[in-house]
Design a protein around this ligand. Structure first.
Ligand SMILES: [Zn+2]
Length: 279
């Protein structure tokens, strides 16, 4: 459901917030919409690992944050006390909700795609699903992983990236999934698409080719909260302990690659994902 914040503003006292846009409306004099970031991931816990600090940072700056996680993570190697895939899925959905609460995410959803085999999901159906959700949420930015599958090279990460990338582009066009437009939705141009990236590759895995870093976000003030959110994923404790250790050593910045923008330009290194985003 679209949770846009509607607010009637008297004629001469427009809100000064940098993160609000004003749009003329025939019904209300002004429509005041908060800026929105949408993260698209594959598994519960990716929301922390990929961009948890940035979700916290932008929430603190008044931005509405959304996360769509495609699978419930039921195929994970670390299974906690779960005795079946269904039990693990239920536990990991609850862990995702707890993590999103700590990350102050406005709205988080875990969908029902099959963990471990996103590559066998129907491409058109998955992109249509994400396109519809983008047309409903109307984000200003989309964050996802790179098609290399992030540092682990996980196939689900790669597919989440590919589905999210196509949905970013196709949500903007009236000739893609036009049947959605008869439901009252309109095409939506998200202003920028970012892939999370890293300045290293893992020595004990097959090497990946990460997207080059074009944006460095300082998340130092949010580091401990990000670590606390990672600990909400209790079934993944063995991984998360290693994750917390690595974060305390190297994790005060999150790195991104600008993969698409509505304003054609040459690349400049950014320190703010909202740089150049129209209000
Ligand atoms: Zn993952």
């Amino acid at each position: 459901m679209n949770k846009e914040k509607w607010k009637q503003v008297p004629g001469d006292s427009l809100p000064a917030s940098r993160f609000c846009r004003l749009i003329h409306s025939p019904v209300k004099r002004y429509l005041d919409i908060m800026m929105k970031i949408l993260g698209i991931t594959a598994h519960p816990d990716d929301e922390v690992g990929a961009f948890g600090g940035s979700l916290l940072l932008y929430h603190s700056r008044g931005v509405e944050t959304h996360v769509i996680c495609l699978t419930a993570g039921e195929a994970a190697s670390n299974r906690g006390e779960a005795r079946s895939r269904e039990e693990l899925a239920a536990i990991r959905r609850a862990e995702f909700a707890a993590s999103c609460k700590i990350l102050q995410v406005t709205e988080g959803h875990v969908l029902d795609y099959p963990d471990g085999s996103l590559c066998r999901s129907d491409f058109n159906a998955a992109v249509s699903d994400l396109t519809r959700r983008i047309r409903v949420i109307k984000p200003d930015l989309i964050l996802t992983m790179g098609p290399e599958g992030a540092i682990t090279g996980h196939l689900d990460h790669a597919m989440a990236s590919i589905f999210a990338t196509m949905a970013f582009h196709w949500a903007a066009r009236n000739d893609r999934f036009p049947e959605q437009l008869s439901d009252g939705l309109t095409p939506h141009r998200t202003q920028k698409l970012y892939y999370c990236t890293a300045p290293f590759i893992l020595p004990d895995r097959q090497p990946v080719s990460p997207p080059p870093c074009t944006a460095t976000i300082d998340i130092e003030p949010f580091l401990e909260t990000k670590i606390r959110a990672s600990q909400a994923h209790a079934t993944q404790r063995p991984l998360m302990e290693l994750f917390a250790k690595t974060l305390r050593k190297f994790g005060s910045r999150e790195l991104f690659h600008l993969a698409a923008t509505i304003k054609p330009s040459t690349m400049e290194h950014e320190t703010d994902l909202l740089a150049g985003v129209s209000e």
